[in-house]
Design a protein around this ligand. Sequence first.
Ligand SMILES: [Zn+2]
Length: 298
Amino acid sequence: MLIGAHESTAGGLHEAFGRAVSDRAEAVQVFTKSNRMWAAKPILDEDAARFRVEGEKAGLLASCTVHASYLINLAADAGEGREKSIAALADELRRCSQLGLDKLVLHPGSHADSARGCESIGAGLAAALEEAGGDCRVLLETAAGQGNAIGRSFEELALMRATVPKKLRERVSFCLDTCHVFAAGYDLSTVDGYTQAMDAFDRVVGLKLIEAFHLNDSKKPLGCNVDRHEHPGKGCIGQGAFERLVNDERFAQVPGFLELPPEMNLGCLEEMRGWRSRTASKSAPSGKSGVARAKARG
Ligand SMILES: [Zn+2]
């Protein structure tokens, strides 16, 4: 895993790279606009160019991942909220392309009826991907199952993607948040639980479709359906799960992001790098699937 962090873009989008370099992050996640507002100022071409140059210089452009606004709800029924959500997602996708980025993490949405919500999300994804064009992919993030949030089971993730028409489906992949899947009932805290959860993901969705991780521990117990992040290793999931993850060869080229207060990034990233190779993951096959996949993608 490329062990990285979410970084602030205060002072200019490119500033995230300087912060990531001082934190010694191996990958960086950013917002390209306020995550709690619909409107966003367009990105000036000169700012986009500077972002690309600084990102290349830091060696962090290729793995740089964007997190979309929290307001977008593709599960919404027809109406203003749905239209705004699709338009906002298309705009986020265009901003990514302008910045030379190809991965946008999205909270899929909320709906009381799971099946209907999944279908609406699939249709909304298709509309936004079609409208935006380009080649940026949407990484649907796993949900803790709080309220009516969709994405709490691997079956829901698979259904959302399957609803997207085939020609656009290759632009839909996933971001696995360790806190969210644990809160949703997948027990990553034990060796057996980790193996079972990853096997289930592979069977239902496909591990090769995981293009990012959010590295959060959970303040709350297994299956609580409550989303309360904790410093990795200090919560109910525990250090063992993160050791397995950073050593899992299937994810060797996949970025994982801390979502901590920024002043904690440096120390936590160093700690997590120290977990590499300390416990060989028993669940990881000896093949080099992660590396092969990264090469295939170019
Ligand atoms: Zn998220």
